[in-house]
Design a protein around this ligand. Structure first.
Ligand code: CA
Length: 133
């Protein structure tokens, strides 16, 4: 399974990359939002999952998420962020994310959520079907 991690905090990115590689995942890391979006779009056929930080240089995770959803409703997107109010969670999910993980998180929870979104990969999340509330 190939993962693209867009995360500008080096320690978190290294922690996730090393941990996922130990679990057999292949991980590419990008620290810049705009570059990350480009990598995601160019690699849409190749990445199985996108791990996306919210606050990024160049472009926010929300903008990246929306831009990717215009191109592909299928790639699972999991937000990793310190934002943790209910409004933020709803905003992130409405932007097209499949799930949401609050920092700091236990690595086991990350793995469980990755398994969860990967299992639901066949479900489609077009922006027009954003959850109502
Ligand atoms: Ca960040």
């Amino acid at each position: 399974m190939k993962v693209l991690l867009i995360e500008d905090e080096r320690t978190i990115a290294d922690f996730i990359k090393e941990g996922l590689e130990e679990e057999g995942y292949q991980v590419d890391v990008c620290e810049n939002g705009r570059q990350g979006l480009q990598m995601a779009l160019e690699g849409l056929g190749g990445y199985d999952l996108l791990l996306l930080d919210w606050m990024l240089p160049g472009m926010s995770g929300i903008e990246i998420c929306r831009a990717i959803r215009k191109e592909s409703a299928e790639i699972p997107i999991l937000f990793l962020t310190a934002k943790d109010t209910t409004d933020d969670v709803i905003f992130g999910l409405d932007a097209g994310a499949n799930d949401y993980l609050r920092k700091p998180f236990a690595f086991g929870e990350l793995l469980a959520r990755i398994r969860g979104v990967a299992a639901r990969k066949t479900r489609r999340y077009p922006p027009s079907q954003a959850r109502k509330h």
